[in-house]
Design a protein around this ligand. Structure first.
Ligand SMILES: Cc1cc2nc3c(=O)[nH]c(=O)nc-3n(C[C@H](O)[C@H](O)[C@H](O)COP(=O)(O)OP(=O)(O)OC[C@H]3O[C@@H](n4cnc5c(N)ncnc54)[C@H](O)[C@@H]3O)c2cc1C
Ligand code: SF4
Ligand code: SF4
Length: 414
């Protein structure tokens, strides 16, 4: 697919010229109006619009973008070449994600994606957030040798309710990592590091990537345009999502309800309610999830991809009874994985399909009302720097100047 050209799509991701991730030419040493990481930082991160998907980290060909572990944000770690890739693959700037989703549907989705209510049994059901379907599916695929591992999430040992990316290579690993963590892990930006730390015994590993829909957008965009970091990803699983939380704000909000975050064993969001439970199963808090709006990542308001339309399989709880996972199997890859793991799952028809549609519609309407730019699945997949500025300048989402603490770094490297 690399190198194909959609009519009307501008050719290069540079200021005043255009932006199309498919048509990057990294051999061009100097181009007019380069886009630097600094431009992305000001337009997305400093503007408090970053959704921590790590697409920029994965897309950078010179490994110039790392992850600030304290702040959970991308940061420059060495010289930026101004190649514009971070801009081109960022769903909050250069990547028109709704167009990418449309292309993914056209190119990869089955004519009739299948939607199920499903649950695992035994340990996977107990470890999972809803029906334990993701845990059981991935465990099965690893055990039969279809996958070498899966990039999932686990809670960091040093900070309650904060997730970190984790490379699971066995059923035991997956059982330990079951359940939802409502903060981002930036797993897409850690694939190389996780593979280097792990011992998979394969030079060409096949991995599943589990994550929020925006992370799957980045992974599938990288894959679509033949970019190396996506090579090990053999299966994508999206966790349906209307928002993820900024970790510090999530803890503060819980504390404002007199809940000690360290005492929370599980957080659960479903049907508009947020529930915090301790390790004995006692409910510490049950509240309207809207009361946690201010703790959400502000960039999530611009997201219309509740179901994770680019993924091979999407999973959530909406539309199914307690103890079941709603699963959409969307591609041939997803279908093959689902069939392979069928013996590990009890599968029935989804109970309330309209609930799924209603939430997806609500999510899309929210994005359309908040996005300063036009929401247009038919427009070119790349958004130029200038077009972004034109739409966002003068709004409450316009680029913000760099944090003074970072300026010296940029003077040296950007
Ligand atoms: C931020 C967030 C918001 C969500 N919002 C909704 C919603 O509004 N409506 C809805 O129906 N469903 C939502 N979900 C999905 C839901 O919570 C369950 O993850 C889903 O139903 C699958 O359940 P399961 O029991 O099959 O998965 P499990 O068997 O529990 O497996 C889940 C897998 O996902 C991994 N994982 C958990 N959190 C993360 C993370 N942050 N990043 C990467 N991997 C992770 C785990 O390590 C585990 O391997 C959300 C999930 C997340 C993370
Ligand atoms: S939204 Fe994603 S790609 Fe954009 S700056 Fe944040 S982490 Fe990078
Ligand atoms: S709401 Fe959208 S942007 Fe926010 S974490 Fe979920 S998928 Fe990402």
């Amino acid at each position: 697919m690399s190198g194909t050209h959609e009519p009307g799509v501008p050719q290069r991701g540079v200021k005043g010229v255009g932006s199309d991730p498919r048509e990057q030419d990294r051999d061009v040493a100097e181009a007019p109006g380069k886009i630097w990481f600094r431009d992305l930082d000001e337009a997305v991160i400093e503007a408090d619009r970053c959704i921590q998907c790590a697409s920029c980290v994965a897309a950078c060909p010179s490994d110039s973008i790392g992850i600030d572990e304290d702040e959970g944000r991308p940061t420059l770690v060495k010289m930026c070449t101004g190649c514009s890739r971070c801009w081109d693959f960022c769903p909050r700037s250069g990547l028109r994600y709704e167009r990418h989703l449309e292309l993914a549907r056209e190119e990869r989705a089955l004519e009739e994606p299948a939607t199920y209510a499903a649950r695992a049994d035994g340990e996977a059901a107990a470890a999972g957030q809803d029906g334990g379907v993701v845990t059981a599916l991935l465990a099965e695929l690893i055990e039969v040798g279809e996958l070498d591992g899966a990039i999932v999430a686990r809670e960091r040992e040093d900070e309650p309710l904060r997730g970190e990316a984790f490379l699971a290579t066995s059923r035991e690993d997956l059982l330990a990592a079951g359940g939802s963590i409502y903060t981002q892990t930036m797993g897409l930006g850690r694939i190389e590091a996780l593979l280097a730390e792990g011992d998979l015994g394969s030079d060409d590993p096949e991995l599943a990537l589990v994550g929020t829909p925006c992370m799957i957008q980045g992974a599938t965009a990288l894959d679509r345009y033949d970019h190396d970091p996506a090579d090990p990803i053999a299966l994508t699983v999206a966790l349906m999502c209307t928002r993820s939380f900024e970790h510090g704000r999530l803890l503060s909000r819980l504390e404002s309800f007199d809940v000690d975050p360290a005492a929370v064993e599980t957080l659960d969001i479903g049907e508009g309610r947020l529930r915090a439970v301790d390790e004995t199963g006692e409910t510490l808090l049950e509240a309207d999830v809207d009361a946690f709006d201010a703790a959400g990542l502000r960039g999530c308001d611009e997201c219309a991809d509740f179901v994770g339309d680019a993924a091979d399989i999407s999973v959530g709880n909406v539309g199914s009874d307690d103890g079941y996972t709603t699963a959409i199997v969307r591609t041939e890859t997803g279908e093959a994985a689902w069939t392979r793991a069928a013996t590990a799952l009890e599968t029935t028809a989804i109970d309330r399909p309209t609930a799924l549609e209603t939430l997806a519609d609500w999510n899309r309407r929210r994005a359309e009302s908040i996005l300063p730019r036009e929401f247009d699945p038919e427009a070119s997949v790349g958004i130029t720097y200038d077009a972004h500025r034109e739409a966002y300048d003068g709004t409450d989402r316009e680029p913000e100047p760099l944090n003074p603490a970072r300026v010296h770094q940029y003077e040296e490297w950007c």
